[in-house]
Design a protein around this ligand. Structure first.
Ligand SMILES: Nc1ncnc2c1ncn2[C@@H]1O[C@H](COP(=O)(O)OP(=O)(O)O)[C@@H](O)[C@H]1O
Ligand SMILES: [Mg+2]
Length: 323
């Protein structure tokens, strides 16, 4: 099937005074219409950087260094900003930013903030704007009278619904959700997840769902992409990555072992020794090698490529498959 999104050898670095932080360092993956791809990995591995790159809006001093981002077949990396604003950002690719629900302005009503977002991107009359707002509030399960309220009068879940409705306004086909439920309690989290599933079906949306919660990822996503230090280390369907024999990459294995399970007796919860590394000067060979318990000589010298070990299941590790 034709991909809605295809990322090819993407590199995005932050050019800091200390040197270039290689937050995205050669990523390849694609997304088919209606698919949900889960992006997991420890804090600082480059998940948010990937999201903002796909929106063609890396945070300064970040810059896309090389690679292609094909949105519905068209490379958006060399596109002029004017065209991105007109056709791509929010119109084809939207993002619910990490913590966005806490960034609603306290001094304006919800309705006013939604109107302003709409006016910034689309010229339309007041009646049409108000109708569209009502329609989208309805899609996210909020009552129309909410437009007169201020953000402090809403619960966390309601604020997140407002943010989701706003991201959907221009009918994007791809939506990047950056930790959309991290700050919510488990009940509200479940409600938001159910809402997202419903919206995905209704609008045939493709998701890139970012979270550090692997159990949640299994619930929402069709495929899982595990990142470590600006690279993909494992990519596959839920069943392949969470299979009974355990995932293929030692990093994914350790991530899963560090996740508490309710119905399984675990003697002790494991953690991954060491800290996520410095992306200015990453180690030679496999980037995970200083923390890997299965490390051997080759890992310290040569970087393992991401190879397909079974249909649709890719792993970057010298211990796996044909690597
Ligand atoms: N604006 C910035 N300037 C410099 N470095 C940054 C900036 N934003 C993120 N980084 C660095 O880029 C790397 C990836 O960060 P990020 O994409 O936020 O990771 P994640 O979302 O997985 O936690 C980290 O090493 C982080 O310190
Ligand atoms: Mg992040």
């Amino acid at each position: 099937m034709e991909s809605v999104l295809k990322v090819e050898n993407l590199k995005m670095y932050y050019f800091t005074l200390k040197g270039a932080v290689k937050a995205i360092d050669g990523l390849d993956f694609s997304l088919i219409p209606g698919e949900s791809l889960g992006l997991v990995g420890e804090s600082g591995c480059g998940k948010t950087s990937l999201g903002t790159s796909i929106l063609r809006m890396p945070t300064p001093p970040g810059r896309i260094v090389s690679g292609r981002i094909l949105v519905e077949g068209k490379d958006i990396v060399p596109m002029p900003e004017k065209e991105i604003r007109k056709d791509i950002r929010w119109g084809k690719v939207a993002m619910v930013f990490q913590g966005a629900m806490n960034c609603l302005t306290p001094v304006y009503t919800v309705g006013k903030q939604m109107q302003e977002t709409l006016h910034e991107h689309k010229v339309m009359g007041k009646k049409e704007t108000d109708e569209l707002i009502q329609e989208y509030l309805n899609h996210v399960g909020l009552s129309p009278e909410i437009v007169t309220r201020y953000p402090h009068e809403l619960s966390g879940g309601m604020k997140q619904r407002v943010v989701i409705a706003t991201a959907l306004f221009l009918k994007p086909s791809i939506i990047i959700l950056d930790e959309p439920t991290t700050a919510l309690d488990v009940i509200v989290q479940a409600q938001i997840i159910n809402l997202l599933k419903k919206l995905r079906e209704k609008f045939n949306l493709s998701f890139i769902f970012i979270t550090h919660d692997l159990a949640l990822e299994a619930e929402v996503s069709d495929r899982i992409c595990v990142m470590y230090a600006g690279k993909i280390v494992e990519l596959g369907t839920n069943a392949q990555v969470y299979c009974s024999q355990g995932p293929a990459h030692p990093y994914t294995q350790r991530l899963l072992a560090a996740t508490p399970r309710l119905f399984q007796k675990v003697e002790k919860l494991h953690f991954i020794p060491g800290t996520p590394l410095d992306l200015i000067d990453p180690p030679k060979g496999c980037r995970f090698n200083p923390r890997c318990d299965k490390v051997f000589d080759r890992c310290r010298e040569e970087e393992p490529p991401l190879v397909e070990i079974e249909s649709g299941h890719c792993v970057a590790c010298w211990l796996c498959g044909k690597a």
